[in-house]
Design a protein. Structure first.
Length: 474
């Protein structure tokens, strides 16, 4: 009977891309899809090609590409991607190039053309943000889904050639900020959640009218809101999601509210940029950075139980933007070695919170114009092509932490860049001594429990000819 049970466990672990060499050495690990969001993917081929190649070399599975809403005038047939008002040439090129390198694609758009905004946009309000028309958004969702369904003829291809299929479509960017969606408030009550729910439901219906397989991803919400009597330009993300998912908080409990039209989506997205290390805690309970992701997941699961989140029985959770700037080049960034460690720890903390897809913001640093403070130096590569330590950390992330269990064992987590036998090693003098081994598939995660007797020191993971950065365990 024991032999049978061991065989059953081995089969289950193998199905997850994980097998154990030593009894009790490893735990089944959830998958993690990694990728990047970078405007460089939408540039001319001569510029984008080398960075797409580095994206693949970094171990990415997916790229996020901004499709925009390329219709300066109202389309006559808004659900037809061939309508003369649409200009998809730049997006077609970016999608072709990413697909040719084996990358999955997430398409996003944010900002309404003038004809799809509400009437009488107030002075000072960002263009494209004022009361976007849900009907127009639903029509555009159908046009996007049809063009990138995998069945649509490629206008530059030979007969029978089609444009690649896009895996997922994301509606809007950070709708809890006035920079992207207005108005944010109506008196003291947030107005953005209700407005965005209408936009989201229309978009979901438009995409799903073409294909049920495509994933509809919510906008990634920004991590911080306005609190107290300060300027009302932001809604804190936890408050935004409670409003959108028709929940109210009573003490520590979540209760459903009346909801005539529950939200429809497949994936909830967030942008948990922190103001400190990955374990940094927010000053306000409704703000959500890296360490606070479980708060959003809790709201989502409560909405699923009450029927306020529809479209899937269990919705996935993605992080479609997160990063740290490094120094160099940004004088205000974190040092390169710490930048790499923060990246690894960010991936682990988010994975542990139930996030299954993360797109890091930028593969390459941005030119610091007009200044470092106004741009992003969060890439894995410098502008001249030099790799930062973060490039190795992204390709082969490895994190070690003490576990608050009996004996305070050490737990090692990582994601393998290739299929093979991963060895967890500890440095002893000038040598690396093997502690545990686990067999994984390419880009599979592993979670290995090490015995409490392992002394503090440097540990690393090795598979084939590749090694992770060393992690100093205390």
């Amino acid at each position: 009977m024991m032999l049978f049970m061991r065989l059953v466990i081995a089969v289950l672990l193998a199905a997850a891309g994980l097998s154990v060499a030593t009894p009790g050495a490893a735990l089944a690990a959830k998958p993690l899809t990694l990728g990047f969001y970078d405007p460089v993917y939408r540039t001319a081929p001569a510029t984008s090609a080398p960075w797409l190649q580095r994206t693949v070399e970094a171990g990415a599975d997916i790229v996020k590409i901004d499709a925009g809403w390329p219709a300066a005038t109202r389309p006559v047939s808004p659900r037809d991607p061939a309508d003369r008002a649409y200009d998809f040439r730049a997006t077609d090129g970016a999608v072709r190039a990413a697909h040719a390198r084996g990358l999955q694609i997430l398409l996003i758009f944010a900002g309404a053309p003038a004809w799809a905004e509400g009437a009488r946009r107030p002075a000072g309000v960002a263009k494209g943000s004022w009361k976007p028309n849900p009907v127009a958004i639903g029509d555009y969702g159908a046009a996007l889904a049809r063009r990138y369904s995998g069945d649509y003829p490629d206008p530059l291809g030979t007969a029978g050639t089609t444009l690649p299929r896009v895996k997922a479509f994301q509606l809007w960017n950070e709708p809890n900020l006035a920079a992207y969606l207005t108005p944010q408030w109506s008196g003291r009550k947030p107005a953005a959640p209700d407005r965005y729910r209408k936009m989201l439901n229309a978009f979901y219906a438009g995409v799903k009218s073409v294909t049920r397989k495509a994933l509809v991803v919510t906008a990634g919400t920004a991590p911080f809101g306005d609190h107290g009597r300060v300027a009302r330009n932001r809604v804190a993300p936890a408050r935004f999601w409670r409003g959108l998912l028709c929940q109210t908080q009573v003490g520590t409990r979540l209760k459903p509210t009346r909801c005539k039209h529950p939200a429809h989506f497949d994936v909830l997205a967030h942008h948990p940029y922190p103001s400190g290390p990955p374990h940094w805690r927010e000053n306000y309970a409704d703000d959500v950075s890296i360490n606070g992701m479980p708060r959003l997941t809790r709201i989502l699961r409560a909405a699923e139980r009450s029927g306020r989140a529809l479209g899937r029985k269990r919705h996935r959770v993605w992080v479609t933007e997160v990063s740290y700037d490094s120094s160099p080049p940004d004088p205000a960034g974190v040092p390169l070695a710490l930048h790499a460690r923060y990246l690894e720890e960010t991936l682990y903390v988010l994975w542990r919170a139930g996030v299954d897809t993360i797109t890091w913001f930028r593969i390459v640093d941005e030119l610091p114009v007009p200044s470092y403070g106004d741009t992003n130096q969060s890439g894995l590569y410098r502008l001249d092509g030099r790799a930062k330590p973060a490039a190795r950390a992204f390709r082969f992330p490895f994190v070690v932490e003490r576990v608050a269990t009996r004996g305070r064992a050490i737990q090692a987590w990582g994601r393998s860049p290739i299929a093979g036998r991963v060895t967890i090693e500890r440095r002893r003098g000038t040598r690396w001594i093997a502690l545990r081994r686990v067999t994984v598939k390419r880009h599979a995660t592993f979670l290995v429990r090490l015995p409490a007797r392992v002394a503090p020191g440097s540990l690393r993971a090795r598979v084939g000819s590749e090694t992770s950065l060393a992690w100093r365990a205390s």
